[in-house]
Design a protein around this ligand. Sequence first.
Ligand code: GDP
Ligand code: GDP
Length: 464
Amino acid sequence: MALVGRANVGKSTLFNRITRSRAALVADFSGLTRDRHYGEGRVGNHPFIAVDTGGFEPVAKDGILLEMARQTQQAIAESDVVIFLVDARAGVNAHDHEIARLLRKTGQRVLLAVNKAEGMRYGSAASEFHELGLGEPHPISASHGDGVVDLIELALSYLDKEGGAPGAQAEETVLDLDEANAAFGDDEEEGVEGAEGEAGAHQHRIKLAIVGRPNVGKSTLINTLLGEERVIAFDMPGTTRDAIEIDFERGGVAYTLIDTAGLRRRGKVFEAVEKFSVIKTLQAIEACNVVLLMLDAQTEISDQDAHIAGFVLETGRALVVGINKWDGLDSHQREVILRDFERKLRFLSFAKMHTISALNGQGVNALIKSVNTAHAAAFAKLSTPKLTRILQAAVEQQPPPRKGIFRPKMRYAHQGGQNPPLIVIHGNALDAISDSYRRYLETRFRTTFKLEGTPLRIEFKSSH
Ligand code: GDP
Ligand code: GDP
């Protein structure tokens, strides 16, 4: 979903409203894309990726403006639906007409949103915008929220009908997870616990996304993986917007590799023929259940690496980090680089880090083992009695501090979800529990269940 419109019509305001508004959620790939912002939104059960195209400058002829226009065109081409914002208070202007003309040329589905329409009657807000020739104008107020949910639902309903690539793909993830949950059963009292359930988890195909900025070695790793193994299926995308998925088996485990780099098959090998696409990366992260984040040991960690990692964190996906190009470094360099990477990636402490060489295969087996472990951890079943026992032992050893007159009392814990595991703790006055105590509990659960490679979420439910 791309948001376009001239400056000051309210694109950023709408963007902030429809993507979950915590600032960290908005992955801002400014280093790469100048003025585009990407964010993950959700209406009901429908996740989607929104792009704020920043300024739309149709008359741009050169330099930065031209680059921005190009980026905007790319965002439009990669989206399933475009929301074109105009300003109810300013009325139609020549610039709007020019953008409308360009949008009609792209053949994309466009929804015309008339912003800043709060407190205006429908007729006076919307009617003059019919002349843009883009169908029914939808009055909204990005800052007050009027009409926004309806607009997004309308946009998403187009994706449903078409089964269009990116949106539908994200939606499929939700279904897959439901299926996975059903297959594992809801009965917490039965079945395997924690990472001991690895064998059970592997009855599922592991959906793996290999992500990272250009030239870190993604295609090389994919070819190393696939060169040794049987490629079971390979579907060529219908359009450049569809991601390819490659099914393969390794060590008796079934994987689906979700492409991020615009891979194409050239003879026997896969190579990235397209430029790096942020949207494809975000979609692959949405659609997978384990992310393999690749970094280049021979260059510094960049903002782009950090942004991709940040988006992985927000989606709660299981994660393994591969530091590639470890060959050709002497032992002193290795020591310095490892220390540097470990320090900068401290915010990914749950994820296992591996040094590898995609080129000669060194470290790749261990890396894939960690992918399996992370997948098992993400789908682990945590029994209520065991969770409650761990909780009680943790509280006994270190009770939660009193806050004012409130002494939080935790009674029991149960698992509220998988991928990532969600632990719901029930009790009284749990609002008073501090972040550091939450982290303490997380560590206790994580170590007892041996949950490596997956984030862990804890939710507190107070009965009074
Ligand atoms: P952008 O340049 O298209 O991203 O526009 P912004 O989101 O930065 O908004 C431009 C200005 O319009 C800001 O001062 C906003 O507060 C204001 N604005 C945005 N949405 C609304 C709205 O629904 N109603 C009103 N009255 N003002 C709005
Ligand atoms: P992608 O853009 O992430 O798919 O990166 P590629 O797989 O195309 O790799 C980019 C460049 O890095 C190529 O020249 C590769 O030969 C090189 N490369 C990839 N993996 C390794 C590695 O493990 N060691 C070394 N020395 N070079 C590598």
